[in-house]
Design a protein around this ligand. Structure first.
Ligand SMILES: [Zn+2]
Length: 160
């Protein structure tokens, strides 16, 4: 299962490197809790994503989790890879959090695919409590809506 989780997180990592989005074949169903990247998510976040996925599916839009829970070690690997890709720590940090700060490591963030699901969730996620957090990450969602269903203002990027 560790290998599966790593493949999923790698697929997600690739999404910020360019227009070649994570292949859907590498994405997990929000209902596949046997996959630790799904099953180790915060229960409230997982329930919200499952409810949203059900509602999106009813409109013909498939929703997958391209990256969910991550180990601290894997988050560090993503950051190290991004430093190589972007040439500096500060540039990399616009796309990748530290293991200490990442909501993926604490199980409180999900990256959602495909593109139509991202668009749908940006428009409809707040009624499930789900909010896009970063202006430069269309796919990253957290349980961040207030009780009235309002999402906080977008942060420019992960370094904000
Ligand atoms: Zn994310």
């Amino acid at each position: 299962m560790r290998l599966v989780g790593t493949a999923l997180a790698l697929a997600s990592a690739l999404t910020f490197l360019g227009p070649v989005a994570a292949a859907s074949a590498d994405a997990a169903s929000p209902f596949d809790v046997s996959d630790p990247t799904v099953g180790r998510l915060d229960p409230a976040l997982l329930a919200a994503v499952q409810q949203a996925a059900t509602a999106a599916a009813a409109e013909g839009i498939p929703m997958t989790i391209t990256s969910g829970w991550r180990t601290p070690e894997f988050q560090q690997q993503l950051l190290d890879d991004a430093i190589q890709t972007y040439g500096s720590y500060s540039a990399a940090r616009q796309y990748v959090q530290t293991p200490q700060q990442s909501k993926h490591v604490s199980g409180k963030a999900v990256d959602i695919g495909g593109n139509s699901a991202d668009t749908w969730l940006i428009a409809n996620g707040a009624r499930f409590g789900l909010c896009r957090i970063y202006a430069n990450e269309l796919w990253h969602f957290e349980l961040a809506a207030d009780p009235q269903g309002n999402c906080p203002p977008l942060l420019p990027n992960a370094a904000s």
